[in-house]
Design a protein around this ligand. Structure first.
Ligand SMILES: C[S@@+](CC[C@H](N)C(=O)[O-])C[C@H]1O[C@@H](n2cnc3c(N)ncnc32)[C@H](O)[C@@H]1O
Length: 232
């Protein structure tokens, strides 16, 4: 068992009796301290902004939150038209205030349920939002995302990944145990991390029909946060 999995097992035992929190409520409750907490990913936000191809004019951001990735992306593309989707009204409120005057369309919605349209966006991004879902659900979402991109459009994802299939399976099992314990309805979203391995994540993108799926790597000192690129 690698170090990351061992750390996760220790965390699982330390938190095993904690109740699960609903996804939107979890972020609404933490909006004040949120940006300071996420500052650890500042280099990743900058990296994502650099990776977007020149000439991007329209962007879809899944789980945009308060828009930390957009802070950096707008520095490079000040006139970008962005559609941001997020469940948390408080996170979106902060983003709207921060970037008032930008070409922002904010949808307070579930990205699984929401219609992204067809061939509308030059690019799409997601940052630290997709590590809560099982593979089948993600594959369906990636299919919808792929269709929302223009042909040749690209998707960048930066997210927490499991370091082994054993860790992925253990996190899924623990999430299922806590959901059953707390009597959580099958369709309710809870804030509990169930990351896939990088290989599994890439398989989901391929299964969704992306033509090219590329691991773009990790930044030094952070072997848990992977950048991925995919092209329609
Ligand atoms: C860790 S935050 C990341 C926010 C932003 N991308 C960033 O890096 O600052 C995850 C965000 O995903 C949103 N989220 C989680 N599940 C979602 C869903 N099903 N539909 C839309 N947004 C969702 C949460 O509300 C939260 O704002």
């Amino acid at each position: 068992m690698d170090e990351a999995f061992q750390e996760w097992m220790t965390w699982r035992e330390a938190t095993r009796d904690e109740p699960l929190e609903g996804m939107g409520a979890f972020f609404d409750a933490r909006v004040e301290a949120y940006e300071a907490h996420m500052a650890r990913w500042e280099a990743h936000y900058r990296w994502m902004a650099r990776l977007l191809p020149d000439g991007v004019r329209t962007l879809l951001d899944l789980g945009c939150g308060t828009g930390l990735e957009l802070d950096r992306i707008f520095e490079r593309f000040p006139d970008l038209a962005v559609t941001g989707v997020d469940l948390s009204p408080d996170m979106l409120g902060r983003l709207a205030r921060k970037h008032a005057g930008k070409r922002l369309t904010l949808l307070c919605a579930d990205y699984f349920a929401c219609d992204f349209g067809e061939s509308r966006f030059d690019a799409a991004v997601s940052f630290e939002t997709l590590h809560h879902w099982p593979a089948a659900r993600k594959t369906k979402l990636f299919g919808k995302l792929r269709r929302a991109l223009k042909p040749g459009g690209c998707y960048l994802q930066c997210d927490y990944v499991a370091t082994s299939r054993a860790m992925e399976d253990a996190a899924m099992a623990e999430c299922a145990r806590r959901r059953a314990r707390d009597g959580v309805a099958e369709d309710a979203f809870v804030h509990f991390d169930t990351p896939l391995t990088l290989a599994h994540e890439m398989q989901c993108l391929r299964d969704a029909g992306f033509a090219k799926v590329e691991p773009l790597g990790f930044l030094p000192g952070d072997g848990h946060t992977a950048m991925l690129g995919a092209v329609r």
